[in-house]
Design a protein around this ligand. Structure first.
Ligand SMILES: *Cc1c(COP(=O)(O)O)cnc(C)c1O
Length: 396
Protein backbone atom coordinates (compact mmCIF):
# COMPACT_ATOMS: atom_id res chain seq x y z
CA UNK A 1 0.00 0.00 0.00
CA UNK A 2 1.25 3.51 -0.74
CA UNK A 3 1.01 6.62 1.44
CA UNK A 4 -2.23 7.85 -0.08
CA UNK A 5 -4.03 4.61 0.78
CA UNK A 6 -2.90 4.72 4.43
CA UNK A 7 -3.92 8.36 4.68
CA UNK A 8 -7.35 7.63 3.20
CA UNK A 9 -7.98 4.80 5.67
CA UNK A 10 -6.87 6.97 8.59
CA UNK A 11 -9.13 9.83 7.52
CA UNK A 12 -12.09 7.50 7.09
CA UNK A 13 -11.79 5.53 10.32
CA UNK A 14 -9.94 7.84 12.70
CA UNK A 15 -11.04 10.82 14.74
CA UNK A 16 -9.82 14.01 13.12
CA UNK A 17 -8.13 15.44 16.21
CA UNK A 18 -4.73 16.04 14.57
CA UNK A 19 -3.49 17.77 11.41
CA UNK A 20 -0.37 15.70 10.62
CA UNK A 21 2.07 16.15 7.77
CA UNK A 22 1.21 13.63 5.05
CA UNK A 23 4.13 11.29 5.57
CA UNK A 24 3.46 7.67 6.53
CA UNK A 25 6.41 6.31 8.47
CA UNK A 26 7.09 2.64 9.00
CA UNK A 27 10.68 2.52 10.23
CA UNK A 28 13.09 4.58 12.29
CA UNK A 29 16.74 4.35 13.38
CA UNK A 30 18.58 7.06 15.31
CA UNK A 31 17.76 10.42 13.72
CA UNK A 32 16.35 8.85 10.56
CA UNK A 33 12.80 7.92 9.59
CA UNK A 34 11.65 5.99 6.51
CA UNK A 35 8.22 6.16 4.89
CA UNK A 36 6.17 3.43 3.23
CA UNK A 37 7.32 4.64 -0.19
CA UNK A 38 10.94 4.13 0.83
CA UNK A 39 11.83 7.82 1.23
CA UNK A 40 14.23 8.79 4.02
CA UNK A 41 13.82 11.76 6.36
CA UNK A 42 15.74 13.29 9.21
CA UNK A 43 13.54 13.67 12.27
CA UNK A 44 13.59 17.19 13.70
CA UNK A 45 10.63 16.72 16.05
CA UNK A 46 11.57 13.58 18.02
CA UNK A 47 7.90 12.87 18.78
CA UNK A 48 7.67 16.13 20.75
CA UNK A 49 10.94 15.25 22.53
CA UNK A 50 9.90 11.74 23.57
CA UNK A 51 12.62 10.22 21.37
CA UNK A 52 15.65 12.14 22.71
CA UNK A 53 17.60 8.85 22.67
CA UNK A 54 16.94 8.38 18.92
CA UNK A 55 14.54 6.00 17.20
CA UNK A 56 14.66 2.34 18.15
CA UNK A 57 17.79 2.69 20.25
CA UNK A 58 19.34 -0.82 20.18
CA UNK A 59 19.82 -0.92 23.96
CA UNK A 60 16.16 -0.10 24.52
CA UNK A 61 15.03 -2.62 21.91
CA UNK A 62 17.03 -5.33 23.65
CA UNK A 63 15.91 -4.40 27.15
CA UNK A 64 12.26 -4.16 26.13
CA UNK A 65 12.38 -7.53 24.38
CA UNK A 66 14.07 -9.17 27.32
CA UNK A 67 11.63 -7.75 29.86
CA UNK A 68 8.46 -8.46 27.89
CA UNK A 69 9.34 -12.12 27.70
CA UNK A 70 9.71 -12.16 31.46
CA UNK A 71 7.03 -9.98 33.07
CA UNK A 72 4.95 -7.06 31.81
CA UNK A 73 2.26 -6.16 34.30
CA UNK A 74 1.50 -6.96 37.90
CA UNK A 75 -0.55 -3.88 38.80
CA UNK A 76 0.36 -2.16 42.04
CA UNK A 77 -1.77 -4.70 43.92
CA UNK A 78 1.47 -6.70 44.02
CA UNK A 79 5.08 -5.58 43.92
CA UNK A 80 7.60 -6.18 41.14
CA UNK A 81 11.38 -6.12 40.93
CA UNK A 82 11.81 -3.26 38.42
CA UNK A 83 9.61 -0.63 40.08
CA UNK A 84 11.73 -0.02 43.21
CA UNK A 85 14.93 0.19 41.15
CA UNK A 86 13.52 2.86 38.82
CA UNK A 87 12.29 4.85 41.83
CA UNK A 88 15.72 4.70 43.43
CA UNK A 89 17.58 5.57 40.25
CA UNK A 90 15.26 8.49 39.51
CA UNK A 91 15.60 9.94 43.00
CA UNK A 92 19.37 9.48 43.14
CA UNK A 93 19.72 11.12 39.73
CA UNK A 94 17.47 14.09 40.42
CA UNK A 95 17.82 14.74 44.14
CA UNK A 96 14.10 14.42 44.83
CA UNK A 97 13.08 12.20 47.75
CA UNK A 98 10.24 10.28 46.17
CA UNK A 99 8.71 9.41 42.80
CA UNK A 100 5.21 8.40 41.76
CA UNK A 101 4.92 6.71 38.39
CA UNK A 102 2.12 7.18 35.90
CA UNK A 103 1.85 6.69 32.13
CA UNK A 104 1.07 9.82 30.13
CA UNK A 105 2.38 13.28 30.86
CA UNK A 106 -1.10 14.62 31.53
CA UNK A 107 -1.63 11.96 34.22
CA UNK A 108 1.57 12.99 35.96
CA UNK A 109 0.42 16.64 35.88
CA UNK A 110 -2.91 15.55 37.39
CA UNK A 111 -0.90 13.75 40.07
CA UNK A 112 1.01 16.93 40.87
CA UNK A 113 -2.24 18.88 41.11
CA UNK A 114 -3.75 16.32 43.50
CA UNK A 115 -0.59 16.31 45.62
CA UNK A 116 -0.50 20.12 45.78
CA UNK A 117 -4.14 20.38 46.78
CA UNK A 118 -3.94 17.72 49.47
CA UNK A 119 -0.71 19.27 50.76
CA UNK A 120 -2.59 22.59 50.97
CA UNK A 121 -5.36 21.08 53.11
CA UNK A 122 -3.34 18.73 55.28
CA UNK A 123 0.00 20.52 55.68
CA UNK A 124 -0.54 24.21 54.97
CA UNK A 125 -3.94 24.04 56.63
CA UNK A 126 -6.14 25.98 54.25
CA UNK A 127 -9.93 25.77 54.34
CA UNK A 128 -11.55 22.77 52.59
CA UNK A 129 -12.29 23.08 48.85
CA UNK A 130 -10.54 26.46 48.54
CA UNK A 131 -7.13 25.51 47.13
CA UNK A 132 -5.79 27.71 44.35
CA UNK A 133 -2.99 26.84 41.95
CA UNK A 134 -1.33 29.62 39.96
CA UNK A 135 -0.59 28.77 36.32
CA UNK A 136 0.78 30.73 33.35
CA UNK A 137 -0.69 32.08 30.15
CA UNK A 138 0.30 30.18 27.02
CA UNK A 139 0.83 26.99 29.06
CA UNK A 140 0.66 23.43 27.84
CA UNK A 141 0.25 20.66 30.41
CA UNK A 142 -1.81 18.08 28.53
CA UNK A 143 -5.36 17.37 27.44
CA UNK A 144 -7.47 16.13 30.33
CA UNK A 145 -10.57 18.15 31.19
CA UNK A 146 -9.01 19.61 34.34
CA UNK A 147 -5.83 20.59 32.50
CA UNK A 148 -7.47 22.13 29.41
CA UNK A 149 -9.69 24.04 31.83
CA UNK A 150 -6.70 26.23 32.73
CA UNK A 151 -5.29 26.47 29.22
CA UNK A 152 -5.39 29.93 27.65
CA UNK A 153 -5.68 28.43 24.18
CA UNK A 154 -9.28 28.99 23.13
CA UNK A 155 -9.49 25.88 20.93
CA UNK A 156 -8.27 23.54 23.67
CA UNK A 157 -11.23 24.50 25.87
CA UNK A 158 -14.07 25.48 23.60
CA UNK A 159 -16.91 22.96 23.83
CA UNK A 160 -15.33 20.96 26.65
CA UNK A 161 -16.53 22.77 29.78
CA UNK A 162 -17.57 23.01 32.57
CA UNK A 163 -14.08 22.99 34.05
CA UNK A 164 -12.43 22.32 37.40
CA UNK A 165 -12.19 25.53 39.44
CA UNK A 166 -9.19 26.56 41.53
CA UNK A 167 -6.71 27.76 38.89
CA UNK A 168 -5.51 31.35 38.65
CA UNK A 169 -3.75 32.42 35.46
CA UNK A 170 -0.97 35.02 35.28
CA UNK A 171 1.18 36.23 32.39
CA UNK A 172 4.13 33.87 31.80
CA UNK A 173 7.34 35.54 32.95
CA UNK A 174 5.65 38.34 34.91
CA UNK A 175 6.76 38.05 38.54
CA UNK A 176 4.80 41.12 39.65
CA UNK A 177 1.56 39.61 38.32
CA UNK A 178 2.40 36.36 40.05
CA UNK A 179 2.89 38.15 43.38
CA UNK A 180 -0.46 39.89 43.01
CA UNK A 181 -2.17 36.55 42.31
CA UNK A 182 -1.07 34.97 45.59
CA UNK A 183 -3.82 34.57 48.18
CA UNK A 184 -4.02 32.76 51.53
CA UNK A 185 -5.47 29.81 49.56
CA UNK A 186 -2.58 29.50 47.10
CA UNK A 187 -1.09 26.00 47.34
CA UNK A 188 1.20 25.90 44.31
CA UNK A 189 2.69 27.62 41.31
CA UNK A 190 2.75 25.26 38.33
CA UNK A 191 4.55 26.14 35.12
CA UNK A 192 6.95 25.06 32.41
CA UNK A 193 10.55 26.33 32.86
CA UNK A 194 10.57 26.75 29.05
CA UNK A 195 7.25 26.73 27.23
CA UNK A 196 7.43 24.12 24.47
CA UNK A 197 4.05 23.98 22.75
CA UNK A 198 3.74 27.68 23.52
CA UNK A 199 6.52 28.39 21.02
CA UNK A 200 9.85 27.77 22.84
CA UNK A 201 9.37 30.66 25.24
CA UNK A 202 12.19 31.24 27.74
CA UNK A 203 11.31 33.16 30.93
CA UNK A 204 13.29 36.32 31.78
CA UNK A 205 16.62 35.75 33.62
CA UNK A 206 16.18 35.07 37.32
CA UNK A 207 12.47 34.37 36.95
CA UNK A 208 12.56 30.88 38.46
CA UNK A 209 14.67 32.14 41.37
CA UNK A 210 12.17 34.93 41.99
CA UNK A 211 9.28 32.48 41.93
CA UNK A 212 11.05 30.14 44.31
CA UNK A 213 11.77 33.00 46.73
CA UNK A 214 8.11 34.02 46.64
CA UNK A 215 6.98 30.43 47.17
CA UNK A 216 9.30 29.92 50.17
CA UNK A 217 8.17 33.19 51.71
CA UNK A 218 4.46 32.46 51.26
CA UNK A 219 4.52 28.70 51.97
CA UNK A 220 3.55 27.74 48.42
CA UNK A 221 4.74 24.72 46.45
CA UNK A 222 6.94 25.43 43.43
CA UNK A 223 6.17 22.78 40.81
CA UNK A 224 7.65 22.60 37.32
CA UNK A 225 6.47 20.69 34.27
CA UNK A 226 9.66 19.30 32.69
CA UNK A 227 7.85 16.81 30.47
CA UNK A 228 9.21 18.37 27.29
CA UNK A 229 12.11 20.54 28.48
CA UNK A 230 13.60 17.89 30.78
CA UNK A 231 15.80 14.83 30.36
CA UNK A 232 18.48 16.57 28.33
CA UNK A 233 16.38 18.34 25.73
CA UNK A 234 17.41 21.86 26.70
CA UNK A 235 21.09 21.16 27.27
CA UNK A 236 20.93 20.19 30.92
CA UNK A 237 19.18 17.32 32.65
CA UNK A 238 16.40 19.78 33.55
CA UNK A 239 15.62 23.26 32.27
CA UNK A 240 15.36 24.60 35.82
CA UNK A 241 19.09 23.97 36.24
CA UNK A 242 19.80 27.14 34.26
CA UNK A 243 18.97 28.89 37.54
CA UNK A 244 19.83 28.24 41.17
CA UNK A 245 16.56 26.64 42.24
CA UNK A 246 15.29 23.43 43.77
CA UNK A 247 11.58 23.04 43.07
CA UNK A 248 9.35 21.15 45.50
CA UNK A 249 8.21 18.88 42.71
CA UNK A 250 8.60 18.27 38.99
CA UNK A 251 6.69 16.34 36.38
CA UNK A 252 8.52 14.30 33.73
CA UNK A 253 7.43 11.99 30.91
CA UNK A 254 8.12 11.82 27.18
CA UNK A 255 11.85 10.85 26.92
CA UNK A 256 11.66 8.97 30.22
CA UNK A 257 11.14 5.83 28.12
CA UNK A 258 13.04 6.96 25.01
CA UNK A 259 9.81 6.74 23.05
CA UNK A 260 9.12 3.07 23.60
CA UNK A 261 6.29 3.11 26.02
CA UNK A 262 4.34 5.76 27.94
CA UNK A 263 6.07 6.38 31.27
CA UNK A 264 5.68 9.52 33.36
CA UNK A 265 6.44 10.52 36.91
CA UNK A 266 5.81 13.11 39.56
CA UNK A 267 8.96 13.66 41.62
CA UNK A 268 8.78 15.55 44.90
CA UNK A 269 10.27 16.08 48.28
CA UNK A 270 9.05 13.84 51.06
CA UNK A 271 6.77 16.37 52.75
CA UNK A 272 4.77 16.73 49.55
CA UNK A 273 4.63 13.13 48.35
CA UNK A 274 3.72 11.81 51.76
CA UNK A 275 0.25 13.36 51.55
CA UNK A 276 -0.71 10.33 49.44
CA UNK A 277 -2.09 7.44 51.48
CA UNK A 278 -3.05 3.98 50.15
CA UNK A 279 -6.10 4.40 47.92
CA UNK A 280 -5.66 8.15 47.32
CA UNK A 281 -4.29 7.77 43.80
CA UNK A 282 -3.34 5.07 41.34
CA UNK A 283 -3.07 3.65 37.85
CA UNK A 284 -3.37 0.08 36.55
CA UNK A 285 -0.32 0.42 34.33
CA UNK A 286 1.62 3.00 36.38
CA UNK A 287 4.92 1.53 37.57
CA UNK A 288 4.58 -1.71 35.61
CA UNK A 289 7.76 -3.76 35.22
CA UNK A 290 7.97 -3.33 31.44
CA UNK A 291 7.70 0.46 31.75
CA UNK A 292 10.22 0.54 34.59
CA UNK A 293 12.74 -1.69 32.83
CA UNK A 294 12.59 0.44 29.67
CA UNK A 295 12.76 3.70 31.61
CA UNK A 296 15.79 2.49 33.59
CA UNK A 297 17.58 1.69 30.35
CA UNK A 298 16.46 4.97 28.75
CA UNK A 299 17.92 6.93 31.69
CA UNK A 300 21.14 4.91 31.50
CA UNK A 301 21.45 5.73 27.78
CA UNK A 302 20.79 9.41 28.49
CA UNK A 303 23.61 9.52 31.05
CA UNK A 304 26.14 7.20 29.45
CA UNK A 305 25.84 8.85 26.04
CA UNK A 306 25.98 12.26 27.76
CA UNK A 307 22.91 13.46 25.89
CA UNK A 308 22.33 16.60 28.01
CA UNK A 309 25.92 17.70 27.33
CA UNK A 310 25.60 16.89 23.62
CA UNK A 311 22.39 18.89 23.51
CA UNK A 312 24.09 21.86 25.16
CA UNK A 313 27.01 21.91 22.75
CA UNK A 314 25.22 21.02 19.53
CA UNK A 315 22.34 23.34 20.41
CA UNK A 316 24.75 26.25 20.71
CA UNK A 317 26.38 25.24 17.44
CA UNK A 318 23.08 25.05 15.55
CA UNK A 319 21.66 28.27 17.00
CA UNK A 320 24.78 30.14 15.98
CA UNK A 321 24.53 28.84 12.42
CA UNK A 322 20.82 29.63 12.28
CA UNK A 323 21.49 33.18 13.44
CA UNK A 324 23.66 33.69 10.38
CA UNK A 325 20.74 33.07 7.99
CA UNK A 326 19.62 36.20 6.21
CA UNK A 327 15.94 35.73 5.52
CA UNK A 328 13.10 38.26 5.35
CA UNK A 329 10.81 35.71 7.06
CA UNK A 330 12.72 35.31 10.35
CA UNK A 331 11.66 37.33 13.37
CA UNK A 332 13.69 35.60 16.09
CA UNK A 333 15.73 32.49 16.83
CA UNK A 334 15.72 31.31 20.41
CA UNK A 335 16.18 28.22 22.50
CA UNK A 336 18.28 26.27 24.92
CA UNK A 337 20.27 23.22 23.91
CA UNK A 338 18.53 21.41 21.08
CA UNK A 339 15.16 22.94 21.97
CA UNK A 340 15.09 25.66 19.34
CA UNK A 341 12.35 27.82 17.90
CA UNK A 342 12.51 29.91 14.75
CA UNK A 343 9.82 32.54 15.01
CA UNK A 344 8.63 33.72 11.63
CA UNK A 345 6.71 36.81 10.66
CA UNK A 346 4.01 34.63 9.09
CA UNK A 347 2.76 31.03 8.82
CA UNK A 348 5.28 28.31 9.71
CA UNK A 349 3.30 25.43 8.25
CA UNK A 350 4.35 26.05 4.65
CA UNK A 351 8.02 25.97 5.67
CA UNK A 352 7.48 22.63 7.43
CA UNK A 353 5.83 21.32 4.24
CA UNK A 354 8.78 22.61 2.20
CA UNK A 355 11.31 21.05 4.62
CA UNK A 356 9.47 17.74 4.35
CA UNK A 357 10.01 17.84 0.58
CA UNK A 358 13.72 18.36 1.34
CA UNK A 359 13.78 15.33 3.64
CA UNK A 360 13.57 17.09 7.00
CA UNK A 361 10.58 16.52 9.27
CA UNK A 362 9.60 19.22 11.74
CA UNK A 363 6.37 20.66 13.04
CA UNK A 364 5.15 24.18 13.49
CA UNK A 365 3.87 25.23 16.87
CA UNK A 366 1.60 28.21 17.39
CA UNK A 367 1.29 29.00 13.67
CA UNK A 368 4.43 31.15 13.43
CA UNK A 369 7.13 29.07 15.14
CA UNK A 370 9.15 26.26 13.56
CA UNK A 371 10.27 23.99 16.38
CA UNK A 372 13.65 22.29 15.89
CA UNK A 373 14.12 19.40 18.31
CA UNK A 374 16.13 16.59 16.73
CA UNK A 375 17.02 13.43 18.67
CA UNK A 376 19.94 14.26 20.98
CA UNK A 377 22.07 11.50 19.45
CA UNK A 378 22.44 13.64 16.31
CA UNK A 379 26.02 14.48 15.26
CA UNK A 380 27.59 17.59 13.77
CA UNK A 381 27.57 16.35 10.16
CA UNK A 382 23.88 15.53 10.41
CA UNK A 383 23.19 18.96 11.88
CA UNK A 384 25.13 20.55 9.01
CA UNK A 385 23.01 18.62 6.53
CA UNK A 386 19.83 19.79 8.26
CA UNK A 387 21.08 23.35 8.45
CA UNK A 388 21.61 23.49 4.68
CA UNK A 389 18.01 22.42 4.13
CA UNK A 390 16.66 24.92 6.64
CA UNK A 391 18.72 27.76 5.22
CA UNK A 392 17.66 26.94 1.65
CA UNK A 393 13.98 26.82 2.54
CA UNK A 394 14.07 30.04 4.56
CA UNK A 395 15.79 31.84 1.69
CA UNK A 396 13.53 30.50 -1.07
C1 LIG B 1 3.59 16.74 26.04
C2 LIG B 1 3.43 17.56 27.26
C3 LIG B 1 2.48 17.23 28.26
C4 LIG B 1 1.47 16.12 28.09
O1 LIG B 1 2.04 14.86 27.94
P1 LIG B 1 1.15 13.66 27.33
O2 LIG B 1 2.03 12.47 27.46
O3 LIG B 1 0.85 14.02 25.91
O4 LIG B 1 -0.07 13.57 28.16
C5 LIG B 1 2.46 18.00 29.40
N1 LIG B 1 3.29 19.04 29.57
C6 LIG B 1 4.21 19.38 28.65
C7 LIG B 1 5.14 20.53 28.91
C8 LIG B 1 4.30 18.67 27.45
O5 LIG B 1 5.17 19.04 26.51
Amino acid sequence: MNSQTFIQIEEQFGAHNYFPLDVVINRGAGVWLYDVNGAKYMDFLSAYSAVNQGHCHPRLVARMREQCEKLTLTSRAFRNDQFPLLLKELCELTGFDRALLMNSGAEAVETAIKAARKWGYTVKGIEAERAEIIVATNNFHGRTTTIVGFSTEEQYKKGFGPFTPGFITVEYGDIAALKRAVSPNTVAVLLEPIQGEGGIIIPPPGHLEAIQALCREQDILFILDEIQSGLGRCGKLFAYQYEDVQPDGIVIGKALSGGFYPVSAFLAREGVMDVFKPGDHGSTFGGNPLACAVAREALAVLLEEKLPERSFELGGYLREKLSSIKSPYIKEIRGRGLMIGIELLAGARRFCEALKKEGLLCKETHATVIRLTPPLVIDEQELDWAFQKIEAVLQS
